[in-house]
Design a protein around this ligand. Sequence first.
Ligand code: DTR
Length: 340
Amino acid sequence: MMRAGKLTGMLMVLMFCVALLCSVPVASAAEISLSYANFPPAKTFPCIQMERWKQEVEKRTGGKVQVQTYPGSTLLGAKNTLRGVMQGQADIGCISLAYHPGVFPLCSVFELPLGFTTSTSASLALWDLFSKYQPKEFKKFKVLTMFTSAPSNIMTEVPVRTLADLKGLEIRASGILSKILESLGATPVSMPMSATPEALQKGVVKGLFSSFEVLKDLNFAEICRYETETNTAVYPFAIIMNKNSWNGLPDDVKKVLNDLGREQAEWTGNYMDQHVKDSLAWAKDKYSIEMIKMSDADMKEIKDKTLPLIEDWKKKAADKGIDGAAVLSDIKASLVKYEK
Ligand code: DTR
């Protein structure tokens, strides 16, 4: 049986604690909450850039905006992000343009072998192109930023040392990059990156055509021990926002998001370029991957065989009223400006 004095003492301590908790200011709940859907796993670069964007938006709005991120297709997957954001199932979404053939007649130009050697230069050039042309292909959305992967290379479970080794080999790609593989004699199997791990494990594909950081981020180095350096086309991405969600934002928040447009493109490019180097070092150390360079003759044949794809793009662009030559001229100027 507890003595009365001890009980009184415990009650006094309890009341003091309650008073202390009531005096602590509770962080004010954000006035605005935005949902941000992303299709690939959390450790891949589209999601890493998403988390950085979230942090910057919450910091620069002084907590007025809270961003709820959904990596790994937990809210919208690769194939339904475009419609999902348009319908308001998510305020914001990440799309890989190559997953939507024919939908982005202007910005799909960035799926071509344009000569960019880094994600940073390609991302800045893509954002500049979008900013200049404001293409109607995005008219149903607010585009918050755009960026690209690093240049694409061939990662396979069997060595590809020559173009002849590519013949008939089933390799995962998407968009115009699938057409690049086809022009080189490979058998492209188009699918989103999120479907690639299962396709590799089941043997549906013998490798993939993408940037090297996935060797680490998706552990592809475990199966694809052979890396053939082609350093060709990149994959363009756009971060799109539901128009009603955008229109409902106060001007001060819109300014924060607009100011982040180009900055986020550059940040993502820088992150990607460094992460490719780190991922290759990691894969060499953990899985002793073999880096393969094809002969100069094979590299020239790759260039010769893929150039016609640029003419194809120009024709399709013209059908949509786009001056392809002017777009390519602007991109050439960006190459000079950013590839110094
Ligand atoms: N392979 C391209 C682009 C890409 C490169 N790394 C990642 C990581 C996660 C998703 C996509 C990508 C693509 O499938 O879009």
